[in-house]
Design a protein around this ligand. Sequence first.
Ligand code: SR1
Ligand code: MG
Length: 394
Amino acid sequence: MSDYHPFTPDQAAHFADLHSDLFGDHSQLTAQEFGDGNLNLVFRVKNNRSTSLIVKQALPYARCVGESWPLTLDRARIEAQVLRQHAKLCPDHVVEVYHFDQSLAAILMEDLHQYEIARSALIQGKRFPLLGQHIGHYLAQVLFHTSDFVLTGPVKKAQQLQFNNPELCLITEDLFFTDPYSNHERNTISPAILPQAQQLWLDTELQAEVAQLKADFLSKPQALLHGDMHSGSIFVKADSSKVIDAEFGFFGPIGFDCGSFIGNLLLCALAQPGLCQDPATALDRQSYLQGQIVLFWTTFSDEFSHLMQQETADISFQNKLFQQRFLTQIWQDSLGYAGCELIRRTVGLAHVADLEKIADQSQKTKAETAALTLGRQLIMQRSSLSLTQLIELI
Ligand code: SR1
Ligand code: MG
């Protein structure tokens, strides 16, 4: 990686120009860095005819913390390769990667400027009737086709090596499963909910269940996950949804991706009474978000079941009873990981705008308390909760 240097806007524009034919010979290019995520540099490069592309470059550290938190540049390779593999399996719902340069840790990709980030749009109360269906379809396709139902043992093991992502997995291991359950210096806790957070540090029954979910995250390489399936990793417009940001990708438990998506819709639903003044509007938005969770899970589970029945290559895994049990286990894991997401986004390092944008302090305390309570319920009751019961709990 000796050629590596963080891009200036001009260098990002040059990189985009060099690796794409989209701009034309006489283009005047401008570039602007606008990355507001946690880890990387992101530039929009535009010509004078409004054609634009995105250059995303990994920094050798976590941007949100600074140089004191070094981070592998290899995450750019993982991201480019996961996005390309997922795009082959589900082209409608994955951003297109045009070029990847390993030595610069830089990716040139499609600019989704006609789309909005799902988290910001949902916070504003915008509705996308197909969001749950799109993400259910995306996850069913990419997770099934990278699992043991399709890949032979040797092929899957080779891919596990290709997508070995220890540093980014360690971030999740720490931030999801460890920090929130102790008085860790990385945690950020609103003073008003400190007593509830302290409860988490003492709750050994909850900690035992979280330890099980962490053990599964570490040792259940079921499929090639996106690895960071929150609503900030999804671009949406009325009739289309596209997934970005797959740098946390690795072979892990299928329920982790499903649970991250469900967890982020739940966070948005719990934040609604604090985000909009009118209680009736808040209720209406909550019922839209509940509907999207139902649509997501019914789409995912119907499609995954169908794929198991129709396209399972391995004869052992064609057993119907095994397939039913496998899907039930994904549901239970999803509830557990959704619960962990609710808790870590409330008291851990990486908070979400859904809760942070609540201006009224007492409303924010209510929403944060609700997130911790629901998070605990999902983790503790994951082996018995149905989809209908989940919706009732909200
Ligand atoms: C230091 S990274 C913090 C969080 O941002 C990413 O999007 C992941 O969700 C990670 O946990
Ligand atoms: Mg991200």
